[in-house]
Write a protein that binds this ligand. Structure first.
Ligand code: ADP
Ligand code: MG
Length: 842
């Protein structure tokens, strides 16, 4: 079995076997890009090792057998001057989550040879690093055992002693070192940090890592340095070489976030030709891979070596701009551009931004490293930050340096700031991918003991609120006013492409004219759900209560008719010919009345003061009469309209009146239909009221009547319901509730956590549609509805969930309707679903 591939044998397609790092380096080697020679032990070897605790014998032999090859290509010999790095690398990149070992091959003798080449400092510094990483990564010792003393030579002795005392003698034989490192890398696949990261990012545990042995090049020599670069700006997507560089350092120093590097342009001073070559390689790789690139590189005595390249992780803002520009450059197709943006990240594109006109005080300045703005309380300890955030507090993590160790805390905080570390360090690369605003190189000092942050004269404590702007690098005191978000030009462009590919339309759930306007701005193609009950709250509530309580409802109904009509006029006008679906009153009436206990107390208080309580008692009587054991299954939806037809008559009149005034063709939706008889009955109430009104007016409006499908029985008997309906709209929230029998108000609090933990539920069915149960019912109803030529939509929360949208598209639904801010993500998801479907069928 072949367990080892040289970089000359491998290629880009071998990521499963060689890891992304190995496969890409092999590809670059083939392209003639300068890459130090090396070979890769495969993920198969890793799997074997994790199973048995040993390397396969053949693998060990193959590694040993490839060492002379490496010596040949490098022109140096192990045990003399050749040193190697031993690097992890899985199919999916996990930057900074595991650790690679540099400078293997150094021992008490070879370090002297290295010293002759580059001086004592350089040689012993490199050796000390090897011993330390060997202790920490391979032997699992605590990093505190390896604190530098200021003299690298002394450190080497001290570190070796520390290892010998706690574990074993530090191996002097280069070959033994290399094999030990390979085993250590494989073992670290299952380190706690790696396991946690994979769990949080849904990365398969079974995939394992490959392990590369590669000749070292030294960035810590004179005339040398190391850096990271992106082919486009990872925060904005702007097309321009972007990156950072440090002279006389090894790459680890930069990506770990311990040191603050210089901008890439600083290379122009002493490394002009390497800088130019980097630009050439970046565009070469971009056109080869057809996407934005990330590169780690080292310059050794003026010569450039690429040590890693991959598709760049980027902020979603950058993903959008790069995708649109690449499509416009003719580099990729519009479909590809659409597929490059993750719809679950799209909401970050609509986050509020700092209001430039608001008065605010900058207390700290740094470099903006991940876009977006966020406010929160300062916390300097990642563990505490995560705990506070878990209780719902908004936290800004403030650190001395950026470290991959802080990633779990970053994930739950609003944003972060650090004094040192660059914008290309691994921790920041990940923060950017997570959409967390981030300021680095901030001009401040952080004291972990006291939890204080000082910047100039200002001293901030943990718990103080600040606002970070990850685009400008400014940190402000307190919570700074934000302005309403709007989509960038590139995002608008992308969304307009989306609409041309999507087969489903995206409509809005909007109950007020203000929502309708917002929805239009965000690209809604109509209103799929206007919940009329939301028009009865606020100052209109007393009127609604009178309607419920009064025996003669005429007065209250007349007043409400006027309100409703005016609302509909504004809505219809705003939508200017786009479809508007109005749902008749749905919730149980007691929701509009005050709470019985409170009312009883009020009455008692009034009596004490000898005041009249007739009105209150009447309300209480009604509240008690309307109270139900199971209000969710009670007198609501069309049942309400059947028991109190005057309510639906009033609503119909208001809708038709507004339609006559505006020329709209409203779609009237009846909630909670469970049988065709209900549908037939309510449709007649609506039609009679409409005809009656229009005959009196001698003017005619187009309208249609449809059913909300939100009960299992409606799905099963959809065929007959369809005979009386012009459209179906799935109320997936209630349908999920009724299908599972889970209360959507209580289930999450009461037992979902346990269900998730025990693996009974994988996802919250109220957020992501349950394809097997609820979805199967939908399929039945859709098939029956389609046969009768009905228009079919979804108006539940699921209508804004990308994963659910993919499923709805496969069912052949005509539109989804969701709350205004979810519209852009839904448009994106709808287009992606259509493109994927086309890809599968063609
Ligand atoms: P990570 O994924 O954590 O960046 P790497 O395997 O890329 O781990 O190693 C970290 C850093 O070590 C790299 O950025 C690079 O600068 C340095 N490095 C790795 N291999 C070599 C090598 N052969 N020569 C010089 N530096 C190396
Ligand atoms: Mg790397």
């Amino acid at each position: 079995m072949k367990y080892v591939y040289t970089l000359q044998e491998g290629g880009k397609r071998m990521t499963s076997l060689l890891g992304e790092k190995g496969a890409n380096l092999a590809e670059m080697t083939a392209m003639g890009i300068p890459v130090p020679p090396g070979f890769v032990a495969t993920t198969d070897a890793c799997a074997y090792f994790l199973r048995t605790g040993n390397l396969p014998e053949e693998c060990e032999a193959q590694i040993k057998g490839r060492l002379p090859y490496l010596e040949d290509l490098a022109g140096k010999k192990l045990g003399e001057t050749l040193t190697v790095s031993v690097r992890y690398g899985a199919k999916v990149s996990m930057p900074g989550i595991m650790e690679s070992i540099l400078n293997a091959g150094l021992n008490d003798e070879t370090v002297k040879n290295l010293a002759r080449e580059g001086g004592d400092n350089f040689a012993y510094d490199s050796y000390a690093r090897l011993i330390k990483t060997f202790g920490v990564v391979i032997l699992g010792m605590a990093p505190e055992k390896f604190l530098p003393s200021g003299s690298a030579k002394r450190d080497c002795d001290a570190f070796k002693k520390a290892i010998e005392k706690e574990k074993r003698r530090f191996p002097q034989d280069p070959e033994e070192q290399i094999l030990e490192c390979v085993r250590g890398i494989f073992r670290s696949w299952n380190s706690q940090k790696a396991v946690d990261y994979r769990k949080n990012n849904a990365i398969d545990n079974a995939m394992g890592t490959a392990c590369m042995v590669q000749a070292m090049v030294y960035g810590n020599l004179a005339g040398s340095g190391t850096g990271v670069c992106f082919s486009r700006d990872p925060s904005t997507g702007k097309k321009k070489l972007y990156g950072e560089f440090i002279s006389r350092r090894q790459g680890e120093d930069l990506v770990s976030g311990r040191l603050t590097p210089q901008p890439l342009e600083s290379m122009k001073r002493s490394f002009l030709s390497a800088y130019a070559e980097l630009g050439t390689i970046a565009s070469l790789l971009e056109s080869r891979c057809r996407d934005m690139q990330y590169m780690e590189f080292t310059v050794e005595k003026g010569r450039l070596y690429v040590l890693e390249a991959a598709t760049a992780k980027r902020a979603v803002q950058a993903a959008v701009r790069a995708a649109v520009e690449m499509a416009e450059e003719g580099f990729i197709t519009r479909e590809e551009a659409i597929m490059r943006v993750n719809p679950y990240e799209a909401d970050a594109l609509l986050r509020k931004t700092i209001d430039a006109t608001a008065s605010k005080i900058v207390i700290i300045r740094g470099t903006g490293a991940a876009p977006g703005a966020a406010s929160g309380e300062i916390a300097t300890d990642p563990k505490k930050a995560a705990e506070l955030a878990a209780t719902g507090r908004k936290i800004i993590l403030v650190r001395k340096e950026t470290s991959p160790d802080d990633i779990p805390a970053m994930a739950v905080c609003q944003g972060m700031a650090a004094a040192t570390g660059g914008a290309t360090s691994h921790a920041v690369v990940i923060a950017r991918g997570m959409g967390k605003p981030c300021v680095i190189g901030a001009d401040m000092s952080v004291d972990y003991e006291t939890g204080t942050v000082s910047a100039g004269a200002a001293v901030l404590k943990e718990g103080d609120t600040v606002t970070v702007d990850g685009s400008t690098g400014e940190i402000f005191a307190g919570e700074v006013p934000m302005k309403e978000p709007s989509a960038s030009n590139e995002f608008e462009t992308l969304l307009s492409w989306c609409d041309s590919f999507a087969s489903m339309k995206v409509l809005a759930n909007a109950d007020t004219p203000k929502d309708a306007e917002k929805a239009l701005k965000l690209g809604a193609r109509g209103i799929g759900l206007c919940r009329t009950e939301h028009m009865f709250f606020g100052e209109r509530l007393p009127m609604m209560q009178r309607m419920i309580i009064d025996d003669d409802k005429t007065g209250a109904l007349d007043a409400m008719l006027e309100f409703q009509k005016q609302d509909f006029i504004v809505m219809f006008k705003a939508m200017n010919g786009l479809p508007v679906t109005v749902r008749l009153l749905d919730p149980p009436l007691h929701e509009f009345l005050p709470d019985a206990d409170k009312l009883t107390q009020e009455i008692a208080a009034l009596r004490k003061e000898d005041k009249d309580t007739i009105q209150e008692e009447k309300i209480l009587e009604n509240v008690s009469a309307l109270r139900e054991k199971n209000p969710m299954m009670g007198l609501r939806g069309c049942r309400l309209g059947i028991v109190f037809p005057e309510i639906y008559r009033m609503q119909t009149k208001a809708i038709i009146d507004a339609a006559l005034e505006t020329g709209a063709s409203p779609e009237i939706m009846v909630p909670m239909i469970s049988s065709w008889k209900e549908m037939e009955h309510v449709k007649k109430i609506i039609d009679d009221a409409a005809q009656d009104f229009m005959t009196k007016q001698k003017r005619w409006a187009n309208y249609s009547v449809g059913a909300t499908i939100e009960l299992p029985r409606a799905c099963i008997t959809a065929e007959r319901i369809a005979e009386h309906a012009a459209f179906f709209s799935f109320g997936t929230n209630d349908l999920t509730q009724a299908t599972y029998g889970f209360s959507r108000d209580d289930a999450e609090k009461k037992f979902f956590t346990k269900y998730f933990k025990d693996g009974i539920l994988e996802e919250n069915p109220f957020a992501t549609i349950d394809r097997h149960g609820v979805g199967a019912l939908m399929r039945i109803a859709i098939e029956k509805g389609k046969r009768k030529g009905l228009k079919i939509g979804v108006c539940g929360e699921h209508g804004g969930d990308p994963f659910s949208i993919e499923f709805f598209n496969s069912l052949g639904i005509d539109y989804v309707s969701c709350s205004p801010y979810r519209i852009p993500a839904a448009r994106l998801a709808a287009a992606q679903a259509a493109i994927r479907k086309k890809g599968i069928s063609s």
